[in-house]
Write a protein that binds this ligand. Structure first.
Ligand code: FES
Length: 82
């Protein structure tokens, strides 16, 4: 989420600033990257239920911990955020 905001990527609104309380940073993680990005914790899963068109690989991008292992990470954006 911070990478998207810092680089003016449209479609990531991040209204709550990354504290997992808005779901406007919803992304679809490319299936090849699901394991590397880890799993959503309960608070993220609960907030994802507020997002539109959630899919099996949906995550809130503010909850993905960035590391060198995620260099090249591919995510797609839903057509609409909340
Ligand atoms: S920025 Fe609000 S939940 Fe991610």
């Amino acid at each position: 989420m911070e990478g998207a905001i810092d680089n003016n990527i449209p479609g990531i609104e991040a209204e709550c600033g990354g504290v997992c309380s808005c779901a406007t940073c919803h992304v679809y993680v490319d299936p090849a990257w699901v394991e590397a990005t880890g799993t959503a914790e309960h608070i993220e899963q609960d907030m994802l239920e507020c997002a539109m068109d959630i899919q099996e690989t949906s995550r809130l991008s503010c909850q993905i911990k960035v590391s060198d292992e995620l260099d090249g990470l591919i995510v797609r954006l839903p057509e609409l955020q909340i």
